[in-house]
Ligand binder design. Structure first.
Ligand code: NAD
Length: 337
């Protein structure tokens, strides 16, 4: 897409602090003159019978039509008779890969200062297929599903991502020594795809060893691709390496090139409406969205402004040990742009 034409994107501000941090994204995009027009959708309090969820059919159609969107945190509605919001989005939009860039933020001190890796998690099957039952009293069974189709799809995305983002190595994370059939098939698919990308180094790392290496020296890794359960755990572990979920962006990739970027933290009801929320995770997710749209110069400008503001240390929100409000922090980012 050229930088001059206007791109329509769906925005779910979400609940709690969601509208406050979404406002921050809107202001930053305006300042950076990002050619995006937002279609805003809120989650209602009525179940839409067409989706069996509080998310309406119109909201889902908006993402399908625009092929790109940004999602704030959504409070999980309580009660029966509806599907979970995240499950609805994942199933309806076929969001098969969850991509989380994790890099050390200069000036924000953690145990590591050289993290720069990407986790890519298969998001549709594995242990999360929801196929559990009782065999007899006292014995239950859970089915782990691995398919060639879903494994090739996520492996293809990982190598394509590595190639288009100047990355050099893809590591497939597995436990194929024990899960010979399931993880074995996942690895076989990764190897097949690796052959099509001779310029990318491919390696296989057993999950337990991977955890040890990550906490010892996270700089050893570049792009990691893995089945659902391992991805769930490793992606949060990696978020912890750089300072937590409040700083970590994420993007979900769906069939046909749909991208739904989202902050991975929740709606933070304890600080909602107090102008205290840190918009960094949602802002960096919006940067992921811009990169998906190949708007790299806008993405670079916004990312640099965020990182410089945090590095300067003058404006930081309470979760990072500062006293700034959401609006002051946002204004500082806009000034950097
Ligand atoms: P939470 O992430 O909302 O809050 C945990 C703690 O982190 C709180 O102290 C909160 O103030 C703080 N925090 C989170 N994001 C922050 C930010 N951007 N800036 C500053 N501080 C921040 O987790 P929770 O309390 O377990 O969940 C609250 C609600 O959010 C629940 O309804 C839950 O279901 C929902 N939730 C939604 C998502 C999602 O939409 N992806 C993810 C997790 C939780």
């Amino acid at each position: 897409s050229s930088a001059t034409e206007t791109i329509r994107a769906t925005l779910f501000p979400g609940d709690g602090i969601g509208p406050e941090i979404a406002e921050s994204v809107k202001q930053v995009f305006k300042t950076a003159e990002v050619p995006i027009e937002w279609e805003e959708h809120y989650v209602g309090d009525q179940v839409d019978p067409r989706t069996q969820s509080f998310l309406t059919w119109e909201s889902l159609e908006s993402v399908r039509r625009n092929r790109v969107g940004l999602k704030g945190p959504m409070a999980t509605p309580i009660g029966k008779g509806h599907r979970s919001l995240n499950l609805t989005l994942r199933k309806e939009l076929n969001l098969y890969a969850n991509v989380r860039p994790c890099y050390s933020l200069p000036g924000y001190k953690t145990r590591y200062d050289d993290v720069n890796l990407i986790t890519i998690r298969e998001n549709t099957e594995g242990e999360y297929s929801g196929l559990e039952h009782q065999v007899v009293r006292g014995v239950v069974e859970s089915l782990k599903i691995i398919t060639r189709q879903a494994s090739l799809r996520v492996a293809e995305y990982a190598f394509h991502y590595a190639k288009t983002h100047g990355r050099e190595r893809v590591s497939a994370i597995h436990k194929a020594n024990i899960m010979q059939k399931t993880d074995g098939l996942f690895l076989k698919c990764c190897r097949e795809v690796a052959e099509k990308y001779p310029e990318i180094t491919y390696e296989e790392v057993v999950i337990d060893n991977c955890c040890m290496m990550l906490v010892k020296n996270p700089a050893l890794f570049d792009v990691l691709v893995m089945p659902n359960l391992y991805g769930d755990i490793i992606s949060d572990l990696c978020a912890g390496l750089i300072g937590g979920l409040g700083l970590t962006p994420s993007c979900n990739i769906g069939e046909g090139g749909i991208a739904l970027a989202e902050a991975v933290h929740g709606s933070a009801p304890d600080i909602a409406g107090k102008n205290m929320a840190n918009p960094t995770a949602l802002l960096l997710s919006s940067v992921s969205m811009l990169r998906h749209l190949n708007l790299h110069d806008k993405a670079d400008r916004i990312q640099d402004a965020i990182l410089n503001t945090i590095a300067e240390g003058k404006y930081r929100t309470a979760d990072l040990g500062g006293t700034s409000t959401t609006t002051d922090f946002t204004k500082a980012i806009c000034d950097h742009i």
